[in-house]
Design a protein around this ligand. Sequence first.
Ligand code: SF4
Length: 209
Amino acid sequence: MNEFIAKRNALLAEKLIRGLQSRNMSGYYAPDSAEALRIALSLIPEGGSVTMGGATSAHELGLVEAVKAGNFRFIDRDAMEDKRAAMLAAYDADVFLTSANAITEDGIMVNIDGNANRVSAIAQGPKKVLFIAGMNKVCPDLDTAMKRARNVAAPINALRVGVNTPCTKTGACMDCKSPDTICCQFLITRFSRHPGRIHVILVNGDLGF
Ligand code: SF4
């Protein structure tokens, strides 16, 4: 990576971490994936139960594989036949791994969901929520963060899951009401009532979409 891009990311992360702290959330900056992985694993209690939702960034980081290989109890919801039991187990997890569709420079996170499993677990349930976010997710303000979530993250996610929506044909959000829409709930996380619950690891470079 260009050294000036890296420098800018580090400086921007300082501002963002102050914003998160002002919102009762914790922020960390990792200059590379190895450091991001180290920070993430240090935040998961030994033997704790871990689950995830919409965490492409955690996969790209190798965090999911590291959790499976470590001294943790990974709740693999995809492997569970009883989806309701899987969902309820996720709400009771010690740690929920996720990412944001967009983050503002002052620490507000935006997430869009189709089934609400991710946004509901971010809002309530798991004891700790661990966001992994590349600096590509950072936006100047809430308006641009919403636009990013709707016009960049959601169409790419729709293509990833292979739904029949207008954005999978055009690449742009058409504000659809398709039965397949993945944009049913929008969550704006602007403050945490619970100290120590929400942690955001900002990673130098691009992760996820
Ligand atoms: S077209 Fe529909 S599914 Fe696609 S991003 Fe827009 S609202 Fe979401």
